[in-house]
Design a protein around this ligand. Structure first.
Ligand code: NAD
Length: 470
């Protein structure tokens, strides 16, 4: 049985209580993770607050430390990937890619500028606007991309001069705990502290009086609870929440040519991705061809345990999510939908679900209106483009969207009408460290990545020197 430790103040910290971590490919507990107590969380926050005093001072050592952390992650790539695959379910090569992307994000963060802007320099005054760190950041992550999303937070938080207490999801604590050990070997003690526990640990973090900033990725419901917890203390928040991304196919698109992009835009990571395609709008004339092309891919894709060679999709990460996907697909089928591919759970241990393409569904059915976050995709025909755009926008979500066409100018015109943070043309899920990523409406507040993400970990300060006397 794998046993793991938390890292607080640069030292390993064990807990009296532990909780089981399940391998989603078997449905069985394979490891125990520490269940952090409230006193231990206080210790972690204190360690971060003490480390902040020195860490905030000099920019260059911070950048160097981040580069060392990125290198340390790559040195442990195989070990981290194996742990991540075992607890999350994704194929080992996909887990290794996530590890390398995490390192990349830290490297890119290490080079992000912290500009000092001179606004006035004349005989009356010298005025500069500078960026200051906020203090202790509570970083809270979900179970779909635990390491990458931790990297999105830690990189900019640290380069700006903040220190961090990081908490992964209770479904996937192990890779983040290991990541904490790995980077703490090269970071000053207390700069990044990693704790693990249940949802209540997240709530303790968001209401902790020392924490000045909450960087949260997760569901809309929890995001609202986090915003409410932050309000009494006016803590700064960045919320990256759920999505129900539409893909709109235009009438000049070639179904065979776009089916790969749409399929993987929806099914990567077994559909467990905030910014994945969750519903497809297609002109009536192209509907059958696109459905068949998507279904052919769904039937062919290799689903299995992440450790098996050649596997493309693993299981759904956890039982509640598995039950949710099953419930939404059953609900669609009960309301007249057809599963052209898949449609049910696989008959084997673990949380495996057949890659599913649904037709005969529309708004008013849960799988179209809600975020399914799993391997099931509804394809919806339309006859009028303006109507399709309106339906695509008629949701509380607003993370990403995409438009698929042979005419990129025409597609760009439609893409500009989607109410979302990123609007793709002939693509979906192209997420880069230099592009801001965030959602409109209920999909979030603020953005991550690039200089825009970095600014969420800073506060502006005006330094004003008077040059004329009263
Ligand atoms: P979740 O909201 O259940 O949990 C996310 C994290 O919040 C976990 O670490 C959890 O322990 C913690 N948490 C739970 N209750 C809390 C509370 N009251 N206070 C503070 N923390 C609390 O989400 P999930 O099921 O782990 O993840 C799936 C969701 O995440 C989906 O909705 C998905 O779209 C979203 N997501 C968004 C992005 C993005 O960048 N926009 C990226 C990945 C996932």
């Amino acid at each position: 049985m794998v046993r793991t430790v938390m890292t607080v103040g640069g030292e390993p910290l064990t807990a009296t209580d532990t909780f089981g971590v399940i391998n989603p490919a078997t449905g069985k507990v394979f490891a125990e993770a520490p269940d952090c107590t409230r006193q231990q969380l206080d210790k972690a926050v204190d360690a971060a607050a003490r480390a902040f005093v020195d860490w905030r001072r000099d920019e260059e050592p911070r950048r160097e430390a981040l580069r060392r952390a990125a290198a340390a992650i790559m040195e442990s790539q195989d070990e981290l990937a194996d742990i991540l695959s075992a607890e999350q379910g994704k194929p080992v090569p996909a887990a290794a890619y996530e590890v390398s992307q995490t390192a990349l994000w830290l490297e890119v963060s290490a080079d992000l500028p912290l500009p000092r802007e001179v606004i006035q320099d004349d005989e009356t005054a010298y005025a500069e606007v500078v960026r200051r760190p906020l203090g202790v950041v509570a970083a809270i992550t979900p179970w779909n991309y635990p390491l990458l999303l931790a990297g999105w937070k830690i990189g900019p938080a640290l380069v700006a001069g903040n220190t961090v207490v990081l908490k992964p999801s209770p479904f996937t604590p192990l890779s983040t705990l290991k990541f904490g050990e790995v980077i703490n070997a090269v970071l000053p003690p207390g700069v990044v502290n990693v704790v693990s526990g249940g949802d209540e640990l997240g709530a303790w973090m968001t209401s902790h009086p020392t924490v000045r900033k909450i960087s949260f990725t997760g569901s809309v419901a929890t995001g609202k609870a986090v915003a409410a917890a932050a309000a009494p203390d006016l803590k700064r928040v960045t919320l990256e929440l759920g999505g129900n991304d539409p893909a709109i196919v235009l009438d000049d698109a070639d179904p065979a040519a776009i089916s790969g992009g749409i399929f993987w835009g929806a099914f990567i990571n077994c559909g467990q991705i905030c910014a994945g395609i969750k519903r497809v709008y297609v002109p009536e004339a192209l509907h059958d061809d696109l459905v068949e092309a998507l279904a052919a891919r769904a039937r062919k894709v290799r689903v299995g345990e992440g450790t098996q060679k050649g596997v493309q999709l693993g299981p759904i990460n956890n039982k509640p999510q598995f039950e949710r996907v099953r419930e939404l697909v059953d609900d669609a089928l009960a309301n007249g939908a057809t599963a052209v591919a898949g449609g049910k759970a696989m008959e084997r241990d673990g949380y495996f679900f057949e890659p599913t393409i649904l037709t005969g569904v529309s708004e008013g059915t849960r799988i179209v209106d809600e975020e399914q976050f799993g391997p099931a995709l509804p394809v919806i025909p339309y006859s009028d483009l303006d109507d399709a755009i309106e339906r695509a926008n008629a949701t509380h979500f607003g993370l990403c969207g995409s438009v698929w066409s042979s005419d990129t100018d025409r597609a760009a015109e439609v893409a500009g009408q989607l109410e979302c943070g990123t609007s793709y043309i002939n693509s979906h899920l192209a997420i880069h460290p230099h592009l801001p990523f965030g959602g409109r409406k209920w999909s979030g507040i603020g953005v991550e990545n690039g200089p825009w993400g970095l600014s969420g970990f800073t506060e502006l300060q005006v330094l004003y020197t008077a040059r004329s006397r009263w």
